[in-house]
Design a binder for this molecule. Structure first.
Ligand SMILES: Cc1ncc(COP(=O)(O)O)c(C=O)c1O
Length: 424
């Protein structure tokens, strides 16, 4: 157990978490941010594939057999369902989006990896990130040997924070090429950037030719508060590459996501097309194309739903909202009288909440919580570039029942009080 407490790199975090889950299978997990499987409609979605076949037949004039064989064959690297995805993103996310700007990928993760490698291709190219941030983004950068720099959000504005990072990078002969951000229901923090913040980030990034990599897997799981437009919908500069996925709205196994490129890259139409070509060329050598069976499934669902997933996400959205309510109510009851020591945010959507503790919580504390109290939560340190997040944990409320959440919070509360007593 002690050895597991030593994490050498973020690459080992996933292995470590799997080991904890294997070692303590009876522990309730508020650690994993998986979508709730009750809403996976595999039969319905698989059935919708036939709709896509018919759609393809009608648009190509080919026979049913030829169409089926085309789908089973190697396919176009940039994707087969780009028009349907563009329509869904226009309808559901308000994104100005044409099919020819969409590159279909194996989940958002491939889109991320392709974009990072294309944007940060020269030695000294740096990716700017928030701290903490999604481990899939920092992990993809780490695998590609791309240096990371954290933006300092304690400064008075985003302009100051990003410009300070730009100066620090150039001082060391580095160039920040992209800023990775999850403006809507952030993973891991659950926070939202206001429209003013989004516009300010766009302005400062555009002025400095830093591409904004906007990741939006949770945008459709909005519970309350204002409906905000994605940064890509606010972008007049050609600064944003938008990353989307069907892992949360449908299910992770489809492994279908995409990158949506801006019409111009900082006003340069040719540069945007060159970047699109670079992504497609890289993809052609990495994964050839995204499974056309799975694209046909996603395309069929979009057709069956007439271009919007709003009906499909309604039941899971209500489930996640109810879980958020259960979690914040349980926390308020559990930590009544401890407000001075324990605090948390109130997520307006998505899967995650941030909890602040009066003591440091890392890998050994996670193991102890799972072993002695039967509950697993994630140290925010796992998402962090330094030790500034050591007093925080991420609670995921997506893949648990309300009863499990209530029990998990009671157990976690006991562990926190015991630890506080131990530390005096
Ligand atoms: C912020 C963020 N981006 C991307 C992903 C991964 O998406 P995909 O399954 O499409 O690769 C996740 C999944 O947890 C996520 O939280």
């Amino acid at each position: 157990v002690a050895a597991k407490g030593e994490l050498s790199s973020r690459l080992s975090v996933m292995t470590f978490l799997n080991e904890v889950a294997d070692d303590y299978p009876e522990a309730i997990s508020l650690a994993s941010g998986r979508p709730a499987p009750d809403f996976f409609d595999m039969d319905g979605w698989s059935g919708a594939r036939a709709l896509f076949d018919r759609y393809m037949q009608a648009s190509s004039g080919a026979s049913a057999l030829t169409t089926a064989r085309r789908i089973a064959q190697y396919g176009r690297t940039a994707g087969m369902i780009n028009d349907l995805v563009a329509e869904q993103l226009r309808r559901d996310e308000g994104l100005p989006c044409d099919a020819d700007r969409v590159v279909i990928t194996n989940g958002c993760q491939e889109a991320l990896a392709l974009c990072l490698q294309a944007l940060c291709s020269a030695p000294g190219d740096v990716l700017l990130v928030r701290n903490p941030t999604y481990i899939g983004a920092t992990g993809a950068a780490e695998v590609a040997g791309i240096e990371l720099l954290a933006v300092d959000e304690r400064l008075e504005s985003w302009t100051a924070a990003i410009e300070t990072a730009l100066h620090a990078a150039s001082h060391r002969g580095r160039r920040i090429r992209a800023f990775y951000v999850i403006p809507q229901f952030d993973n891991p923090t659950g926070s939202v950037l206001t429209e003013e913040e989004r516009v300010e980030i766009l302005d400062v990034c555009a002025r400095n030719r830093v591409v904004v990599l906007e990741d939006n897997p949770y945008g459709m799981f909005h519970f309350d508060g204002p409906t905000l437009r994605p940064m890509a919908a606010l972008d007049d500069h050609g600064a944003v590459i938008y990353l989307a996925t069907y892992s949360k709205t449908l299910c992770p196994a489809v492994r279908v996501g995409c990158a949506v490129l801006p019409k111009t890259l900082f006003g340069d139409g040719l540069a945007a097309r060159v970047l699109a070509t670079q992504l497609v060329q890289r993809k052609s050598l990495l994964t050839v194309n995204t499974s056309q069976f799975n694209q046909a499934l996603v395309g069929g669902v979009i057709l069956a739903e007439e271009g919007t997933l709003s009906r499909i996400v309604e039941a899971p959205r209500r489930h996640y909202a109810r879980n958020r309510d259960t979690l914040v109510n349980a926390l308020a009851a559990e930590f009544a009288g401890y407000e001075e020591f324990v605090a948390w945010n109130h997520p307006l959507g998505g899967f995650f909440l941030t909890l602040e503790l009066p003591f440091s919580f890392g890998a050994p504390e996670l193991v102890r919580c799972a072993a002695d109290y039967g509950v697993a939560v994630l140290p925010m340190l796992f998402f962090s570039l330094d030790d500034s997040q050591r007093f925080r944990v991420r609670l995921a409320y997506s893949d648990a029942t309300p009863a499990e959440i209530t029990r998990a919070v009671a157990a976690f509360g006991r562990s926190v009080r015991d630890r506080m007593t131990e530390l005096g």
